[in-house]
Write a protein that binds this ligand. Sequence first.
Ligand SMILES: *Cc1c(COP(=O)(O)O)cnc(C)c1O
Length: 218
Amino acid sequence: MSITKNLQDIQSQLPKNVTLVAVSKTKPVSDIMQAYQSGQRIFGENKIQDMVEKFDEMPKDIQWHMIGHVQRNKVKYMAHFVRLIHGVENFKTLKEIDKQAAKHNRIIDCLLQIKIASEDSKFGMTANEASEILQSKEFSELKNVNVIGVMGMATFTDNEEQIRSEFNLLKSTFNDLKLYNQKLTTISMGMSGDYKLAIDCGSTMVRVGSSIFGVRNQ
Ligand SMILES: *Cc1c(COP(=O)(O)O)cnc(C)c1O
């Protein structure tokens, strides 16, 4: 199966209101260019350094999404171009993104990562923490970040009911947060193995890697 064919298959199954982030982490520019030539413009990377290298080499109409853990000391390397940061885990990171965005006269869109999985390995804040941030005075003073929604990763398991209940938790967290913050539009949830289930549960943005580009070696 070719990258183009994979992309078309997935795109044809997505409802109109669901955005596809093609997760290109660990994949070479030549693979990403195949997806680009099939019309894909949104790509997700999980390491800031890799994303910067690909940004430098690739067409400038690509929208780069940072989907991985955000190390605060590296925000400065992506602040001039990153389009959406999915994995904001605390206020300090939001503050750093704001500071670096201001240097480039930009407003950077962000998602708050909510911990919905039972696994300890998964990052993120609680729904309460997210709610506190969005209602805080400190947050209202940040002029160069725009929080547009939430992101979550389900537990790595075959148990569909568990995944469904974790996705439902993210959706209801989003609904609660939206009561205070009408600007929220985006629920980033769903990967190759579970994006259809995620869409059933209200996802508006899916992050699909291996179903497009094939399995990763790393
Ligand atoms: C790697 C990754 C994905 C894509 O995973 P696939 O199973 O290859 O689709 C999605 N989201 C995050 C945060 C990832 O790190």
